[in-house]
Design a protein around this ligand. Structure first.
Ligand code: S3P
Length: 179
């Protein structure tokens, strides 16, 4: 098992922002799977959804996730919101390190993303309804794929950063003790 710090959760749960903060705080490199895919594929996630469809994007996610095993050092990795839905991906994540699920309410997500145009899955007439529906479908997968669940509602980024940092350091200490 590897030693990465992995952030999962619904779109808008704070994975990218917290990823940046934690990578500074823990002096670890940062990798955002969406940004990585966009860089490598030379197009945006919206373009991939529009031209090749969601199923193709899901294949890319698994393909790129597997490549993370070749990287030697530990990193902070934030993953796309739909990535843990696939069982294969959840297994890969657990092998890659400590998986934190950033759990948020639909209201929190809606407030953050109501003006967003970069998430193809939320470009509908009723984004709130879509958020509720997707969250209901996904909650069990997020929980199943997580080592630690952290609720984000009503907390500041600084508070969350500290909570995740402490949980990760504790995880590392326990690993060292059991070696
Ligand atoms: C998706 C979440 C997005 C991105 C894509 C699909 C999802 O990532 O991977 O738009 O299915 O929830 P973020 O969670 O970083 O927004």
């Amino acid at each position: 098992m590897k030693n990465n710090l992995i952030l999962t959760g619904f779109m808008g749960s704070g994975k990218s922002t917290l990823g940046i903060k934690l990578s500074y705080a823990l002096r670890m490199a940062l990798l955002d799977t969406d940004k990585w895919i966009e860089q490598k594929e030379k197009c945006t996630i919206s373009q991939i959804f529009a031209s090749q469809g969601e199923a193709h994007f899901r294949e890319l996610e698994t393909q790129y996730l597997k490549q993370l095993f070749d990287k030697k050092d530990s990193q902070v990795i934030s993953v796309g919101g739909g990535l843990p839905v696939k069982a294969e991906n959840r297994d890969l994540l657990k092998k890659l390190g400590f998986v934190v699920y950033l759990q948020a309410s639909p209201q929190t997500i809606y407030e953050r993303l109501k003006e967003d145009t970069t998430r193809p899955l939320l470009q509908t007439e009723d984004p709130y309804g879509r958020i509720v529906q997707l969250m209901q479908e996904r909650e069990c997968y997020y929980l199943e794929g997580a080592t630690k669940v952290i609720s984000v509602d009503g907390k500041t980024i600084a508070e969350l950063e500290e909570e995740i940092k402490q949980a990760y350091l504790q995880f590392q200490m326990q690993r060292r003790e059991t070696k």
